[in-house]
Design a protein around this ligand. Structure first.
Ligand code: THU
Length: 161
């Protein structure tokens, strides 16, 4: 038996002014669109902005529903829309921001497992790492490549004979 450890590398920023210009624009787009979230059940408003290689930015917010599982996270709303509108364009970066009017969001919002799996698939077809910028009032974290967030992910290799 061998014990192995996987490390996760990420960058921490105190606020958006520390980000590079491209990242700052994307982050601020995610923050701005979070105001449009439809989150009456959780009061957790999330905005996401996806940057494509052609420079286009596609936005999404979380969309909830009285039948709870019918809702969708902001990241997947943005990613699915980006890949619908520009199916051949590489995805470079995903930013996500959360706030609540009812409670303090004291941690950065980080994509759920399902969103990570979706990012992983687009990374695979884009053949390049997708950076993920996660933020809230508490600060900002950036990772390069979904591997930092989802080691041991399920990939198509498992489906081939
Ligand atoms: N949510 C997102 O939109 N993105 C995340 O990264 C985490 C969670 C949404 C789903 C649901 O509408 C609400 O936040 C509470 O889980």
């Amino acid at each position: 038996m061998k014990k192995r450890i996987i490390e996760c590398e990420f960058e921490e920023y105190e606020n958006a002014t520390e980000l590079s210009e491209l990242d700052r624009i994307l982050f601020l787009e995610a923050k701005k669109i979070s105001l449009n979230a439809y989150a009456p059940y959780s009061s957790f408003n999330v905005g996401s902005a996806v940057r494509l290689a052609n420079g286009k930015v596609i936005l999404g917010t979380n969309q909830e529903n009285i039948a709870y599982p019918s809702g969708l996270c902001a990241e997947r709303v943005a990613l699915f829309s980006a890949h619908t509108l520009f199916p051949h364009e590489k995805i470079e970066s995903v930013a996500v921001y959360a706030f609540s009017e009812k409670f303090v969001v004291n941690e950065v919002v980080s994509p759920c497992g399902a969103c990570r799996q979706v990012i992983a698939e687009y990374e695979e077809i884009s053949k390049q790492p997708i950076s993920v910028i996660m933020g809230s009032e508490a600060g900002i974290i950036k990772t390069y490549g979904v591997n930092q967030l989802l080691p041991f992910r399920f990939s198509s290799v498992g489906l081939k004979s």
